[in-house]
Design a protein around this ligand. Structure first.
Ligand code: FEO
Length: 170
């Protein structure tokens, strides 16, 4: 069994990960309406990854004989007007999630819960990659977003993103 503090934080994180998926679906829908199907695809794949994160945390809790309590998922808090808005809000959101993961890690460390720390190592790395990807998208959009032809090429590039199941196996 996990300590209550650690299990509670992991259970809360399940909801946050599903919320992330929901937020990214809102971004995907915004880009669909804007006619940028590649950007929409990129965020739909991202939403699938977020759902995977939630599933992995649920499975980890269950593997450790902890009860999982699913809570209501909030309406996505997105303020979308300009084409770059989802990218900036997505980056800010990933930074927030990194803080949440670090917080769980900190609780596991204090409890000498080395198993959970090892489990979370994958998420720490994943957060690093997600922040880098989010920042790269912002930079590309700032460079090319104003030019229709470049934006078309960027959209085509993002349309190539395919879903890959997580490399972490429990
Ligand atoms: Fe589940 Fe984007 O972190």
């Amino acid at each position: 069994m996990l300590k209550e503090t650690v299990a509670g934080l992991l259970n809360a994180q399940v909801n946050k990960e599903f919320y992330s998926a929901y937020l990214y679906l809102a971004f995907a829908n915004f880009y669909e309406e804007e006619g940028l199907k590649g950007f929409a695809n990129w965020y739909r794949v991202q939403a699938q990854e977020e759902r995977d994160h939630a599933m992995l945390m649920m499975q980890y809790l269950q593997n450790n004989d902890c009860k999982v309590e699913l809570e209501a998922i909030d309406k996505p808090d997105a303020n979308l007007d300009k084409k770059i808005d989802p990218l900036r809000q997505g980056y800010a959101h990933e930074q927030y999630v990194t803080g949440l993961i670090n917080n769980i890690y900190d609780a596991a460390y204090k409890e000498k819960d080395f198993r959970t720390m090892q489990f979370l190592d994958w998420f720490v790395k994943e957060q690093g990659e997600e922040e880098t990807n989010a920042l790269d998208l912002i930079k590309k959009m700032e460079l090319f977003g104003e030019d229709a032809r470049s934006l078309y090429m960027l959209d085509s590039e993002l349309n190539g993103r395919v879903y890959n199941p997580p490399s972490l196996v429990l």
